[in-house]
Ligand binder design. Structure first.
Ligand code: NA7
Length: 540
């Protein structure tokens, strides 16, 4: 273990987190001739795709889209075996990228950053690892991810549970065999929806503890169609440009111009049916231009999906419980499934409604509800989500120019300028931070845009002979206001989702992502840069 007196390594840029964002940042920074090093808490790289190894973990964006665009050679050589890649395949891809671009020599694994302090006189950050190693760096790029702080609710009695329990975001690398077991899954978000059909097929009995049903659309996963792959490979360059003009950063999707209410019902239903058959979330999100802003328009799609649930689930009581009723469709992250609703027709699956009768605690044998019912299980899988968007940053003790803690500055919710920087924290950048479209877009698209913007900014500073950049309070306040106004024009804030921190008791209810779309956001970021970094103070 390094002691606090160990001389600090000094870098141009320290990159915290080596998932998809950190990895691309390291590649870009090295290309600029800067000294950079990535610090990763995991024993391997990959971030989300390293930790989330639960059964059925898979991307919910098509893999031909969900891949880096910065290297045509990489795009042409990599083969995605299925329409939506599984977690192991995505992790292979990330490791392939690290090897191809020789990035491992700049990556330090098993290293969790515990604190970061800005020295205003020296204009340098000092990071300290949990093991006590110090790192001095002119700039810090926080590539810590949006869904990287797993959260198990504070259930009474969990420490006395005699079986084994797991969180999906910290799943054992060697996997878990549930054969012959009674298993409880707590939560019914995207993660649980991917996992439940596979556990049901293996376990003796599965109890699904559901508080809120979600809207689930069919993924229609399939082996990669060679012709589709060929066409996509032939048009990657145009597709990148196309994706930049869209709301979600996914290419090949027409921008909707029509209201759902402006078309006859038969035509609208035919459209929804085509979307249902095509699979994926993107067709529905792009069906009509008022789907996420007009409640009545939204209702038409919500009712369509509700009918589908009733058509699949045989027991009407179970179907009713699985039918979402408390939020507009799409206002929470839409989930994709392979056989989720069908799973509830199995004899070995029981849906337990913990909305009407909440979980009171965990007993040595299983789960107890407030009403007294006991469910005996051998294992428990918590698919209870993450302290999203701010959790990973708040876990690090980050102190800015006047010693202020980031956690304090964000006490009432995250404040950022463009989701890229925070006033009072010079030279500290975030990749897809709160206030940017990150989680509301194809993540790799947004990651690349942020890393490109940050590295262009560092190049501009270098060209001007300057060393520091900091967001102004005024620009930050305007941006936060804009993010809120844009969100308030939509149906998004109406859902109790992790976008508003609703899953974390006591977390301030603030709508965190920017939902004006990646096209508008990119324009704004480009304008700011073109105006000499308007809203930032640059200094030597
Ligand atoms: P989510 O989407 O945050 O889902 C967490 C689930 O856990 C959700 O169904 C919650 O119900 C449930 N939950 C949380 N706390 C409790 C308690 N105390 N009792 C019962 N149920 C509870 O996390 P995921 O991992 O599924 O997905 C996160 C993102 O990863 C996803 O959006 C994709 O982008 C990838 P609630 O809805 O709060 O009533």
């Amino acid at each position: 273990m390094a002691s606090s007196t160990t001389p600090a390594i000094t870098l141009d840029v320290a990159v915290v987190g080596v998932g998809l964002g950190g990895l691309y940042a390291l590649h870009k920074l090295r290309g600029m001739g800067l000294t950079a090093r990535g610090y990763e808490a995991g024993s391997g790289i990959g971030g989300t795709w390293f930790w989330n190894r639960y059964p059925g973990a898979r991307c919910d964006i098509e893999s031909l889209e969900y891949s880096y665009s910065f290297s045509d050679e990489l795009q042409q050589e990599w083969h995605w075996p299925e329409r939506y890649a599984t977690q192991p395949v995505i992790l292979d891809y990330i490791n392939h990228v690290a090897d191809k671009f020789d990035l491992r020599r700049d990556i330090q694994l098993n290293t969790r950053i515990g604190e970061a302090r800005f020295d205003a006189a020296a204009r340098l950050w000092t990071l300290r690892t949990k093991a006590g190693e110090a790192i001095r760096a002119r700039y810090v790029i926080m590539a810590t991810g949006n869904l990287s702080t797993p959260r198990v609710p504070d259930f009474k009695g969990i420490e006395g549970f005699q079986g084994k329990w797991y969180h999906t975001g910290l799943w054992p690398a060697e996997g878990v065999d549930f054969t012959g077991q009674a298993v409880g899954v707590i939560g019914t978000g995207s993660t649980a929806i991917q996992m439940i059909p596979l556990i049901a097929a293996q376990a003796k009995h599965l109890y699904v503890f559901q508080r809120t049903p979600n809207f689930v659309l069919p993924a229609r996963n399939a082996p990669m169609d060679p012709e589709r792959e060929r066409q996509h490979r032939a048009s990657y360059a145009e597709r990148v440009i196309d994706a930049r003009q869209t709301a979600f950063g996914v290419s090949g999707v027409p921008i909707p111009t029509q209201s759902a209410l402006a078309v006859p019902e038969a035509e609208r239903r035919a459209n929804y049916e085509a979307m249902w058959q095509a699979g994926g979330t993107i067709p529905l999100l792009n069906c009509y231009n008022d789907f996420l802003v007009d409640e009545r328009a939204n209702q038409t799609a919500a009712d369509f999906v509700r009918e589908k649930i009733r058509a699949v689930v045989k027991d009407p009581k179970v179907a009713a419980l699985l039918t979402p009723h408390d939020h507009p469709i799409g206002a929470k992250r839409l989930c994709l499934d392979t056989g989720y609703y069908e799973t509830f027709n199995r004899d070995n699956v029981t849906l337990v409604d913990v909305r009407s009768d909440p979980i009171a605690g965990i007993t040595p044998q299983g789960v107890r509800l407030a009403g007294g019912a006991d469910y005996r299980v051998d294992s428990l899988a918590f698919a209870t989500g993450f302290d999203a968007m701010t959790g990973a940053l708040r876990e690090i003790d980050i102190r800015g120019a006047d010693g202020q803690a980031l956690a304090e500055a964000w006490e009432g919710g995250p404040l950022t300028y463009l989701g890229l920087m925070v006033a009072g924290f010079p030279n500290l950048f975030m990749v897809t931070g709160p206030g940017s479209p990150g989680v509301k877009s194809q993540m790799i698209h947004s990651i690349e845009q942020h890393v490109d913007w940050i590295t262009d900014c560092l190049a501009a500073l270098r060209a001007k002979g300057l060393t520091t950049i900091e967001a102004t309070e005024a620009a930050q306040a305007d941006w936060v206001d804009h993010v809120n106004k844009v969100a308030d024009r939509t149906l998004y804030p109406r859902a109790n989702s992790w976008y508003v921190g609703a899953n974390i008791p006591g977390k301030p209810r603030v709508f965190m992502p920017y939902v004006g779309g990646v096209a508008a956001y990119r324009r704004k970021c480009d304008e700011v840069a073109a105006q000499g970094y308007a809203g930032f103070v640059l200094a030597d």
